[in-house]
Write a new protein. Structure first.
Ligand code: PMP
Length: 362
């Protein structure tokens, strides 16, 4: 008799729920931190031609040499640092965890943070240690330092800005964590395009710092491209775990083409930042809403005065607007929701539906 899945699959995997992506067809999609703008038509035509001519019967360049050179320049990777590409930064998180997952090794993050840190610790059999943020979502540096002393984590992930809270943590606090960490610290700059701070220029200073970026939030989510930068001695080892051909040929060609028009994504990010300020202000003007400061392309807010996040989420959904309900995902996120900054028209639709959902309640 062959074994049943529950006899062979690890119990911690049986206990997991798969990463949930809600259906969004026809909805105003403000749940996933995507850039709402498409590329200009002439650039889209160039891309169509590139795709038509691409030798898709052949494997892509396994080292993506040409794209890597373009990224080095576009992202100002410091001299002497190596880079590795992933199928989104999700894959890079997984590669890092795989490398450090010796029995008993711990993966640490703060909470609430990007859920894949915890999930990938589980995938790879690592012990997960989550250190709560302060109630205002700032970094509790002393708590992290105490947890480091206790868990001796092989790897610490810190998103800068953080998801789902949107804020940049205090850089000096992160530096203290990097100094105290016995293992590596990965600063995940997924939302860098919308923030005015980065650890990129400090890479050379810390022997145990790795830095992650992605093109998903700034406009190329569908292509799946993440990047890790760090010292060659770390990257040489991590490269061994990267699956061959993990970055497809269309991703390589199209990303390189878009980077040649680098100002397009920069201009879109600038528009999103302006719209973010408008939206935060309009949200804060609504009664019964607490809006948290953000350096990302999304806004975290809390509803009160008798509205529950679950109700608000459902009422928005009924009006064709999809955001993210975070209530129940962490005690600090009670009655919190997260909305991605969309186009001005999408944001207005969201704000009007939100206002109407409150009226509905009264
Ligand atoms: N890091 C953070 C902090 C994120 O919020 C996300 C996306 N939600 C990712 C990494 C993963 O992005 P991707 O795999 O699209 O590069």
């Amino acid at each position: 008799m062959p074994s049943r899945p529950d006899q062979l699959i690890r119990p911690e995997i049986l206990a997991l729920s798969a990463y949930h992506v809600p259906p969004a067809k026809g909805m105003v999609k403000l749940d996933a931190m995507e850039n709402p703008y498409s590329l200009p038509a002439p650039l889209r035509e160039e891309i169509a031609q590139l795709a038509a001519d691409a030798p898709i019967n052949r494997y892509p360049d396994p080292n993506a040499a040409s794209l890597k050179a373009a990224l080095r320049e576009a992202l100002a990777i410091p001299d002497g640092m190596e880079i590795m590409l992933g199928n989104g930064s999700d894959e890079i998180i997984q590669i890092i965890a795989l490398a450090f997952a010796r029995p008993g090794a711990a993966l640490m993050s703060v909470e609430p943070a990007f859920v894949m840190f915890r999930m990938i610790a589980t995938f790879t059999g690592m012990r997960y240690a989550g250190v709560p943020l302060n109630p205002d979502f700032s970094l509790d540096v002393d708590a992290v330092l105490a947890a480091i002393a206790r868990h001796q984590p092989a790897v610490i992930f810190i998103a800068y800005p953080n998801n789902p809270t949107g804020n940049l943590f205090d850089a000096a606090g992160i530096s203290r964590i990097i100094d105290a960490a016995p293992g590596v610290v990965v600063v995940d700059e997924a939302y860098h395009a919308f923030a005015d701070a980065s650890f990129m220029s400090t890479l050379a200073k810390y022997p145990n710092l790795l830095l992650m970026r992605t093109l998903s939030k700034s406009g190329l989510a569908g292509l799946r491209l993440g990047l890790l930068a760090g010292r060659p001695e770390w990257l040489i080892q991590l490269e061994k775990l990267r699956l061959p051909y993990n970055v497809g040929i269309t991703t390589q060609l199209i990303t390189e083409k878009v980077l040649q028009h680098g100002d397009v994504l920069l201009q879109q990010a600038a528009a999103i930042k302006i719209e973010r300020a408008v939206m935060s202000e309009r949200l804060a003007a609504l009664n019964g809403i607490e809006v948290f400061p953000t350096d990302a392309n999304f806004i975290l807010f809390r509803v009160n005065r008798g509205n529950s996040a679950a109700q608000v989420f459902q009422r928005l959904k009924a009006r064709g607007i999809l955001i993210k309900n975070l209530d129940g995902s962490h005690p600090l996120l009670k009655n919190c929701l997260r909305v991605t900054v969309g186009t001005p028209s999408e944001n207005t639709q969201f704000l009007e539906a939100l206002q109407a959902s409150f009226n509905h309640q009264n």
